[in-house]
Design a binder for this molecule. Sequence first.
Ligand code: AMP
Ligand code: GLY
Length: 422
Amino acid sequence: MKVLLVGGGGREHALAWALSGSPLLSKLWCAPGNPGIAALAECVDIGAEDVDALVAFAQRQAVDLVVAGPEAPLTLGLADACAAAGLRCFGPSAAAAKLEGSKAFTREVATAAGVPGAEWAQFTDPAAARAYVRQKGAPIVVKADGLAAGKGVVVAETVEEAENAIGAIMENRVHGAAGATVLIEECLIGQEVSFFALCDGEVALPMVAAQDHKRVGDGDTGPNTGGMGAYSPPPAFTRDIEAQVMERIIRPTLAEMARRGTPFRGVLFAGLMLTEQGPKLIEFNVRFGDPECQVLMLRLRSDLLAALRAACDGTLQQAELRWSPEAAMVVVMAARGYPGAYRKGSVIEGLEQAAQVPAAQLFQAGTARGENGALVAAGGRVLGVAASGETLQAARDAAYRAVDAVRWPDGFCRRDIGWRAL
Ligand code: AMP
Ligand code: GLY
């Protein structure tokens, strides 16, 4: 099969790595890709959000499958445009991608499907939102409705903090139009896990869970990021919990989306809180998590390409996924200053030595080739240094050994990935 992978981060490097191992693969392109992906795929200079150019390229090359990494092209209608052009696309239609694009939509679907989650209300009037917050008290969660690059959520410890968040989101529009509507949610207490299920519109196949580390600093301190590290499996996510999540959250959502005439095909990423009353939904995403995808791909033992094709063709019922019982961990190396302002262009060395650490696997995210072909930092999250191991501790030891082999003075990482489980 000829495959066009869309995106250029650590998630896409991990997907490219897994797809490369498929006996079904004859040719892999990646748009736009990155220097790490370039070792596995032919990188094409088309932006991940340039839907028209992506579809034109896929048609010209008679691609058998387009795989969307990030959510942006999906919310822009990549899957719809592929369908119209007679191309297979792994990823939901724009209508189904609303599960990530609008938090209010997700809450409506989840409520209709009877999915357990936080008590919530939505507001377009800041005064009404403030009154509700005062009535409910803290802690309480304030969210911009639309896409805000993962930064539109404030878990407020006090009523004052919540009211300030309402002002920033709705009145000062710090996230732009995404703040026209806010959601106010009950604050769920428990361990947070990411769970992934492959969906073909009707059938959902469980993948595995991972735990992300969203705060920038050790001990879960500092501002939220896209994710500073992840591991799988999280010991708290038992078989029994997985069964509950499939029965109460994933399958009812899939059924509700189908009933609405907008069936969900692709990977459904459920952000869950494991509360004392059982697993509850925090949010959905319509793509693999990053960095979670990196540990998922390290643990996947069956053919990713065959599974993605089955999800597109509506044949997941006959498909299977096999997973290594081993643990995997990824430590994200980011540019100093991230998630605030950071410098680009600093040189990264030592990747060859890092890759030689047994069981380690390096994925590149925000990297580019600088002058003389040197590898340089070109984004906030720059490297995913991953490893597998018989135990989580072994995976962690290998991952940090590889981190320590990377020579990049401008970079930093958290030193405590996996702390909850270790
Ligand atoms: P979201 O963008 O919806 O994933 O929210 C970002 C982060 O805020 C989540 O990963 C949680 O850590 C936290 N969060 C969101 N909603 C809630 C909630 N209702 N209760 C507790 N924490 C939440
Ligand atoms: N790591 C969280 C996300 O991909 O949204």
